[in-house]
Design a protein around this ligand. Sequence first.
Ligand code: PEP
Length: 258
Amino acid sequence: VRAPLIIGNWKMNLDVVEAVHLTQQVAVLVRADPPEHAEVVLAPPFVDLRSVASVIAADRLDVGLGAQHANPHESGAHTGEVSVAMLRRLGVAWVLVGHSERRTHYHMDDEAVAATLRAVSAGGLRAVLCVGEDEAVREAGDHGAFVEAQLRSALAGLPVGARESVSVAYEPIWAIGTGRTAQVEQVAEMAGVIRGVLAGFEMGEARVLYGGSVSPANAAELSEGGAMDGFLVGGASLAAESFLAIVRAADGCYAAKR
Ligand code: PEP
């Protein structure tokens, strides 16, 4: 049983002032009742990273800093993009790779996902590889094969030594931001599929997270029955209370299972 990892993906929300405010609220709640086991990561927009890092450092907060994306190139003519080295310099330790919103709206194909995963690992940061099917794929019953193909394509070119820096987030697209959480049985089934692929890459120790309308109301149930090692949280991470309620649910379930 792996200690849970809970990542707040703020997406394109919160300007720098709002981001600092939310980080301070998270700090108050974490200090008042620190999670015993769960690892907590905040992934704000690029422009907020430095300020959020400052609050984390000033408060000596046991919270990691994540980025929502990175460009796989080292430097050069990539207007509007941000490199792994730039993120590392800011104190970023985690990078989301291939979030479905990047894949769907910004043409990030499997090749770009694989290249980004390699760059993040080579740059010494920890990657959270996001996979998940859309509604049509699920209705056709092809979700297992689809997610397996996404995983294989991303992991195939990764040097063996880089594998331990990778976690996986299973995020069915139909559940992201919709309020339609996957059922516990669906999550557990996909945990099995993903673990099967990871075993083939000798990545049995990798964490597998769930994401998709996770909330304080469903976090305990998903933690208990979903066979996942934590959550990638979008909407509910934009309020400190709901984010910390999810952290505590995962933390409590882990403590009970140990
Ligand atoms: C996400 O963006 O990764 C996500 C899971 O969003 P939400 O929790 O809002 O569904």
